[in-house]
Design a protein around this ligand. Structure first.
Ligand SMILES: Cc1cc2nc3c(=O)[nH]c(=O)nc-3n(C[C@H](O)[C@H](O)[C@H](O)COP(=O)(O)OP(=O)(O)OC[C@H]3O[C@@H](n4cnc5c(N)ncnc54)[C@H](O)[C@@H]3O)c2cc1C
Length: 474
């Protein structure tokens, strides 16, 4: 850790602080790291960067499994921008500083009798960071978290304070202001530093969760029925598990709001800690050297943790979140909802019928996660203009050791691209600005806004350059 300093305006700054993301897959060594605690300090940091011709990136929770956050110049940590500013119980609105962690919000909201409507698999993101990459949960009637944001206050690259809100959408006429609001809701950290946000919430709820095993081969034909029968549906497909004796290979997780009291699952140290975490990490580590055992690992996990049906009632956020186990490589793409069956069949074909000519057999880790998100109008949202199905693949990194994943990733990307898929912005992918522009009809508008907010390219890092700008002027 670098040495702690404060400048004359009380801004905490450090030198030599290495940034590493949650998965420990991307690292950078910024010249200086800043820890502002107020809007005026954020403004001052932008002035310092402008006068010294330095670039800035912002860290929320540092979860993004890519170099989205990375900077060689200045990195701004938002952990101290973590206050709840206003609560409007009548309109169900909560105004917060943008660095607040969603996990903090969950528990503070519970005390106020409120809940966030839908959450990702974990809540350690900051609110601004989650909005930055259009973080999503699941539920075909529910949009990404960004769709719950009604107002954003940010400081742009010229040091101007900007306020954008959903009020600009109320006329139904698209304007410069509405475009800016819809750009900020998936900002990729390149429009400025977000300091405050207002979030629409709902009365606190419990979730009734039902889990049961099923066959992917049957689910591809009836998932739309399931989608209509619950608020939130998630499928965890365990590759290489289906066999002639049993085709069950997928855990169905469905959840709906309930007024029932919590039915807490019993924690077993042996099964939930020793087997699920310690033993499986060790087995995955062995699978790194002997990939031939990976199907057996997936089968064991499915048998021990997915074969029994269960019903639980949990607090909203405890129901949405779960333990993502180990450091991991992850790739996730959104495809139009009506392409779900085709995508899953192509993926099953890739994993089940591997050509002998393939240089290396793909041994995929469990689970392949399948989730659903409602369409929206956010300029760079993967759900812009279409209901979508997200398909996410992972390869764990047991004890932080790398595992072979590139061949699997390339084949997965090919399938997703062939179906008009859009990659999750936070998760590493290989698309060029030209390819992305062909997937996002409003990409040009986003780029114009980016230029207007940050003409000097202060918030452009390698990720933004590689995926959005390429050879254009920054
Ligand atoms: C274990 C795990 C589980 C996950 N589960 C899901 C999931 O279920 N669904 C899903 O969609 N994603 C998921 N993700 C991805 C994660 O939600 C996104 O990467 C999200 O953007 C991370 O939020 P963060 O606060 O950590 O942001 P960071 O990764 O720190 O930053 C994300 C972007 O926002 C920018 N940023 C952050 N704060 C500000 C600010 N105040 N002003 C301007 N720019 C800012 C950063 O510069 C960067 O561009 C998961 C990731 C992990 C590691």
């Amino acid at each position: 850790m670098g040495q702690n300093n404060e400048d004359e305006e009380g801004i905490v700054l450090k030198g030599n602080v290495t940034f590493t993301n949650w998965s420990r897959t991307f690292t950078c060594f910024p010249l200086r790291s800043f820890y502002p605690a107020s809007r005026s300090q954020v403004k001052r940091i932008i002035e310092i960067a402008r006068s010294s011709n330095r670039k800035i990136r912002v860290v929320g929770g540092g979860l993004s499994p890519s170099d989205l956050v990375c900077s060689q110049d200045y990195l701004v940590y938002t952990d101290r921008l973590d206050k709840i500013l206003e609560v409007d119980h009548e309109k169900f609105l909560i105004k917060v500083q943008a660095g607040i962690k969603i996990s903090t919000l969950n528990t503070e909201l519970e005390k106020l009798g409120l809940s966030i409507s839908n959450l990702a698999s974990v809540s350690s993101q900051s609110l601004a960071g989650a909005v930055g990459s259009c973080t999503h949960g699941t539920g075909i009637k529910f949009g990404a978290i960004s769709t719950q944001i009604t107002e954003v206050v940010f400081i742009d690259g010229l040091g101007n304070r900007r306020v954008v809100s959903d009020k600009v959408l109320q006329t139904g006429i698209l304007s410069k202001e509405s475009d800016l609001y819809l750009a900020v809701l998936c900002h990729l950290g390149c429009l400025g530093i977000i300091v405050e946000m207002t979030l629409k919430v709902e009365p606190f709820f419990n979730l009734e969760i039902r889990q049961y095993p099923a066959s992917l081969s049957e689910l591809v034909d009836n998932f739309e029925d399931l989608l209509g029968k619950c608020d939130h549906l998630r499928l965890w497909w365990h590759p290489h598990v289906s066999s002639e004796s049993s085709t069950k290979d997928t855990l169905v997780w469905s959840a709906s709001r309930t007024t029932d009291k919590e039915v807490a699952p019993k924690f077993s140290w042996f099964w939930d800690r020793f087997v699920r975490v310690n033993l499986f990490e060790f087995l995955l580590f062995c699978g790194r050297y002997f990939p031939v055992i990976i199907p057996a690992i997936n089968k064991a996990y499915f048998k021990w943790f997915a074969l029994a049906s269960k019903r639980e009632v949990k607090k909203s956020y405890e129901g949405f979140n779960f333990d993502c186990l180990f450091s991991q490589h992850v790739s996730e793409w959104a495809i139009p909802l009506d392409k779900t069956k085709e995508a899953l069949l192509l993926l099953a074909d890739l994993l089940n019928n591997q050509s002998p000519s393939r240089s290396q057999k793909i041994s995929a880790h469990f689970p392949i996660e399948i989730r659903f998100v409602a369409k929206d109008d956010i300029l760079l949202s993967p759900a812009q203009g279409q209901n979508i199905c997200y398909i996410g693949i992972i390869m764990y990194r047991p004890y932080d050791f790398n595992v072979e994943y590139k061949e699997y990733w390339n084949s997965f990307e090919e399938i997703m691209m062939s179906l008009g898929g859009r990659p999750h912005w936070a998760k590493a992918h290989s698309l060029t600005p030209k390819q992305l522009a062909s997937l996002y009809p409003k990409m040009n508008r986003f780029l114009e806004i980016r230029y207007e907010m940050d003409p000097k390219g202060m918030f452009v890092n390698d990720y933004i350059q590689r995926h959005l700008l390429s050879d254009c002027n920054t």
